[in-house]
Design a protein around this ligand. Structure first.
Ligand SMILES: CC(C)(COP(=O)(O)OP(=O)(O)OC[C@H]1O[C@@H](n2cnc3c(N)ncnc32)[C@H](O)[C@@H]1OP(=O)(O)O)[C@@H](O)C(=O)NCCC(=O)NCCSC(=O)C[C@H](O)C(=O)O
Ligand SMILES: [Mg+2]
Length: 306
């Protein structure tokens, strides 16, 4: 196994920041699509997932992987860069993992995860070359098995050695593997999506909603994004540049929410409220848990504004 020079490893570690990173819009781009890759510097998504898995045909898997060094050598723009590898159980997965890790992406997305073991095995391979705070792991939740094991998988988020920081819903695979009907209101998916929300929060993980396939229908996309934001997701997976703005809008705090959060913060900052656990504000009970919520929302708004 190739060991990276320690200077390179130290540099990367010192570059890492612990600040909040928005994931309102997370754009899939097939690693085999040069035209789409060329668009990246001009896009306003919060993160990009360079895909080696389902968007790349078997005949193109190796050449797509070989392109990664060039893509990361000239990292486009400000957004976070994730790579989705092929499943570790596939003929490409193990080689993908090593090749991708060497490009030092912000994260590696593991598809078809079924158990905590799948995350730990990928982590074991990375441990030979990277400290736990370097390459992070993201996991697709897209199989019935993952849903049955979701609590145990999410618990890994509390163990920094596991590298797991984010779940991504794979709604197309869930529809395929379970046989449910994909309805416009996602009524058969919603219970599982809410399970993902609970598990992600229990494990301290970020959580990205699945894709909206009908990329020409902007109204329906806006509705689905608004619903996902209300359900507690941090952002939406998108497949086309035209979907980015809807996701950025839906998952950003609104002006009213920011004003309300400021009012809560200001109220608890008043001398007469110092040390109080609960106060009344505009006819409503406000507790310190609301202050914590308000501070989180303001930090998110500031990060997005920045
Ligand atoms: C869906 C698409 C195949 C549509 O492509 P196309 O017909 O080329 O769209 P347009 O002509 O409207 O494209 C306009 C321009 O925008 C560029 N473009 C298109 N898509 C992207 C993109 N994702 N990133 C960057 N740029 C993009 C086109 O190149 C055009 O450029 P130009 O001609 O210069 O103006 C296509 O959008 C696409 O391939 N999207 C990504 C598909 C993908 O990655 N799928 C896999 C991930 S989703 C998944 O697997 C789900 C999950 O696992 C689950 O189970 O649910
Ligand atoms: Mg999938």
């Amino acid at each position: 196994m190739v060991r990276l020079a320690s200077a390179r490893r130290r540099r990367h570690r010192s570059d890492m920041t612990q600040t909040y990173r928005p994931h309102r819009s997370v754009l899939y781009v097939p690693a085999s699509n040069d035209k789409a890759l060329a668009k990246l510097p001009g896009l306003t998504c919060d993160a990009v997932i360079i895909d080696l898995e389902d968007a790349v045909a078997p005949a193109d898997k190796i050449s797509a992987r070989e392109k990664l060094a060039g893509i990361f050598g000239d990292r486009p723009g400000r957004c976070e860069m994730i790579v989705r590898i092929n499943a570790l159980s596939s003929e490409w997965g193990a080689d993908d993992l090593l090749a991708v890790a060497k490009c030092e992406p912000d994260g590696i997305l593991l598809p078809k995860v079924g158990t905590p073991r799948d995350i730990l095995e990928a982590g074991d391979v990375l441990d030979d070359n990277f400290a736990p705070d370097e390459v992070k792991l993201w996991a697709m939740i897209e199989t019935p098995k993952a849903l049955l094991n979701i609590g145990a998988i999410a618990e890994l988020g509390r163990d920094s050695a596991s590298r797991l920081v984010c779940f991504v819903a794979g709604t197309n695979d869930l529809v395929k593997d379970t046989g449910i009907r994909a309805t416009p209101d996602r009524r058969y998916l919603v219970p599982w999506l809410m399970q993902m929300v609970l598990a992600a929060r229990a494990g301290g993980l970020d959580l990205i909603d699945g894709v909206f396939n009908d990329f020409r229908d902007s109204e329906a996309l806006a509705r689905e994004c608004a619903e996902a934001a209300a359900m507690g997701f941090d952002g939406k997976s998108v497949i086309h540049p035209a979907q980015i703005e809807a996701a950025n809008h839906a998952f950003a705090p609104s002006a009213e929410e920011v004003a309300e959060a400021r009012a809560v913060k200001d109220a608890f900052g008043l001398t007469e409220n110092a040390g109080k656990g609960v106060i009344a504000l505009n006819g409503k009970m406000v507790e310190r848990l609301h202050l914590a919520q308000a501070e989180k929302l303001l930090a998110k708004a500031a990060a997005i504004g920045a």
